[in-house]
Design a protein around this ligand. Structure first.
Ligand SMILES: [Zn+2]
Length: 286
């Protein structure tokens, strides 16, 4: 009895399938559900086309995606502690960083600043020595940068390709001159993370944490396409103590980056991820 019922049902099913096969457009039911395009439009996640949304890159600035936990270290003013304390510590951790040279009219003690010999040793170790103008000129035109560059080359250092604006004051009129003199990146202030597809590469935002609490808050911003660029001065800074960082705190900061698997690079190393010529077409950083 039961077996007969199953056979009957099977026969009915076969008959139904034959009908369906002989009249093709019978299956009008939309099996694709609510994701089916409406009126022919294609629904994509924001940013999926590279032109809209938080990860948009309409100018094609990125050479490859920015990984999370990417940190750039920059050290201003050519302080002696960059050579005696910072560089050896970074080397021991497998980190890189960029060191920016300037001259101050207020220089009072030569021993408080790096010597050409020390800087040449740092270059051999793979560190970048960059340009911070002659006379620490805020909002400088190209002149004070070229003066510093010429002095660096005369003293046996490689031609610098990145610079940092003295006192965080950029001069947008200098951007084109920097590009034509083979500069690829310049760092400013703004005190927030750097968004490579939004911010101008000649005024890259940076943060300046002084204690562990702000440091951890700041470096956690290195995610979702943003890079955290940190500005330091001397560690410590003998001439401008207020700007310096305590060596013990600095060591703790670097250890935090190591323990939490951050990638720590110099400013010029951003060219691995960012095309400087394309990025230079972005509007001035706001
Ligand atoms: Zn400075």
């Amino acid at each position: 009895m039961k077996r007969n019922m199953i056979l009957t049902l099977a026969a009915l099913l076969l008959a139904a399938l034959n009908v369906a096969a002989s009249t093709t457009p019978v299956l009008e039911v939309d099996l694709r559900g609510p994701t089916r395009p409406v009126h022919g439009s294609v629904v994509k996640a924001p940013g999926a086309d590279g032109k809209t949304g938080p990860l948009a890159d309409p100018l094609g600035v990125l050479r490859k995606p920015i990984p999370d936990k990417l940190v750039v270290l920059t050290f201003d003013d050519g302080c002696s502690t960059h050579a005696t304390y910072v560089a050896p510590l970074l080397k021991s951790l497998g980190f890189n960083g960029s060191f920016y040279l300037c001259t101050f009219n207020s220089f009072t003690n030569k021993n408080w600043y790096m010597s050409w010999k020390q800087m040449k040793e740092m270059v051999k170790d793979g560190f970048e020595i960059g340009n911070h103008t002659r006379h620490h000129t805020a909002g400088a035109g190209i002149g004070p940068f070229l003066d510093m560059e010429n002095e660096m080359i005369r003293n046996g250092l490689p031609k610098p390709t990145t610079q940092v604006w003295p006192s965080y004051v950029p001069n947008t009129k200098t951007f084109a001159d920097l590009a034509s003199n083979q500069y690829i990146f310049a760092r400013g202030g703004h005190f927030r993370a750097y968004r490579p597809t939004v911010d101008n590469p000649f005024d890259i935002p940076s943060v300046n944490p002084k204690d562990m609490k702000t440091f951890i808050r700041d470096v956690k911003q290195a995610a979702n396409g943003s890079v955290v660029v940190i500005t330091y001065h001397g560690v410590p800074d003998y001439e401008h103590g207020f700007a310096g960082c305590d060596p013990k705190i600095f060591k703790e900061m670097m250890q935090y980056l190591k323990d939490n698997n951050y990638k720590v690079i110099g400013l010029r190393d951003l060219a691995e991820y960012i095309d400087p010529a394309k990025a230079a077409k972005l509007p001035p950083t706001r």
